[in-house]
Design a binder for this molecule. Structure first.
Ligand SMILES: *Cc1c(COP(=O)(O)O)cnc(C)c1O
Length: 366
């Protein structure tokens, strides 16, 4: 493979001694569940993302569930989210007991369209879950204004957007709570599953921590029925070892995106990622649009360049949501984008030579 889509091993090699030392310490201390490594990561992560409280959990999907459960979502409630995301976002709305209401994305940023949110609100609406898709913040100014006007909570899905900023302020600090995934391929990735929720509300933080730990923070004192969603000590120690490198890795992704932009901007059929004013993009994914997407992907793949489609079917059109009977005309942007988007190789360690290979192949195709 000339250019892999991502290269997790390369990152490990670059900080091998730190990771190995972290893993050995946890094993030496048998600190596998909860304990000092988990506490230390929660504190460090809260500091890095400008949050008051961090509650770790088993993965980014559980983080969404726990946040909604803590906010008291119940049957009959409607929760608004975007038509374009990973299925965790909408599936957890259902599992928390509420009804999913999808909104279209805007035409250029792939994030939820605030105008669509406003028109989707009914007397049953309780909250909004914007997703900072691919690493670009959603329009948080407009979304928070709508939430305040209608008395709704907001959970930011930050799974793809560690350290991204909207008007200088970090994502995850606008809403009532924000969820993170540390799936290995995310911008901050564990070596297994891991997730967290951050919030500025101490009442929510406590309730979320209890929910994730069988309904109580003291052994055998269950205040209510929770679930088991724990970050383990090994993952916490690995994440703590990686955290000091996150800003540098993010800058490397942004630099790589700038190189792609320069190379691809010349090509007429290509639309490079559009970053709205006042937002910083952390390029979890570098996603272009092309009218002959499938042929372009096949051409790249045949020449040793791995790509991905995130996501080939927008959420409302998945088999899982057939019951909602959605039609393409209801989500014209999400529907148009699903046939045009292509994510190119993107990771902090990608080389100029690898990027040149990708750009040259795309130029030759177009
Ligand atoms: C990765 C991801 C999740 C889920 O995270 P897991 O840790 O894989 O459970 C949720 N939402 C979005 C937008 C994601 O990209």
């Amino acid at each position: 493979m000339a250019v892999p889509y991502a290269d997790l091993h390369l990152q490990y090699q670059s900080i091998k001694s730190e990771i190995d030392a972290a893993v050995s310490s946890v094993i030496r201390d048998s600190a596998f569940i909860r304990g000092p490594y988990v506490d230390a990561f929660e504190r460090a992560f809260a500091t890095v993302v400008d949050a008051h409280h961090c509650v770790s959990c088993a993965n980014g999907t559980d983080a969404l569930f726990v946040a909604m459960a803590a906010l008291g979502v119940k049957p009959g409630d409607e929760v608004i989210t975007t038509a374009q995301s990973w299925i965790s976002t909408s599936a957890m709305i259902t599992h928390a007991g509420a009804t999913v209401v999808f909104c279209d994305t805007d035409a250029s940023t792939f994030t939820i369209d605030p105008a669509a949110v406003e028109s989707a609100i009914t007397p049953r609406t309780v909250g909004i879950i914007p997703v900072h898709l691919y690493g670009q913040p959603a329009d948080m100014g407009a979304i928070m204004a709508i939430a305040r006007k209608h008395g709704l909570w907001v959970i930011e899905d930050c799974a793809q957007a560690h350290l991204a900023r909207y008007k200088g302020q970090q994502v995850g600090t606008f809403g009532d709570a924000a969820t993170y995934s540390f799936y290995p391929g995310k911008n901050l990735g564990a070596m297994g599953d891991a997730g967290a929720i951050v919030t500025g509300r101490s009442d929510l933080a406590e309730r979320m921590a209890m929910l994730a730990r069988h309904g109580g923070l003291v052994k055998h004192q269950h205040q209510f029925e929770g679930i088991n969603s724990r970050l383990d000590g090994l993952q916490a120690a690995i994440l703590s070892a990686k955290l000091p490198h996150l800003a540098r890795w993010t800058q490397a992704r942004q630099a790589a995106a700038a190189v792609y932009n320069t190379g691809l901007n010349q090509i007429e059929e290509i639309v490079v990622p559009q970053v709205a004013p006042d937002r910083t993009h952390v390029y979890h994914l570098y996603t272009i649009q092309h009218p002959q997407r499938d042929q372009l992907a096949a051409h790249l793949n045949a020449n040793g360049v791995q790509t991905a489609i995130n996501y080939p079917v927008a959420l409302p059109f998945l088999e899982a949501y057939r019951r909602l009977g959605h039609r393409p005309e209801q989500f014209p942007n999400a529907h148009r984008h699903q046939g045009r988007i292509l994510s190119l190789p993107m990771f902090a360690e990608i080389t100029a030579q690898q990027q040149k290979t990708v750009v040259d192949l795309i130029s030759a195709f177009s």
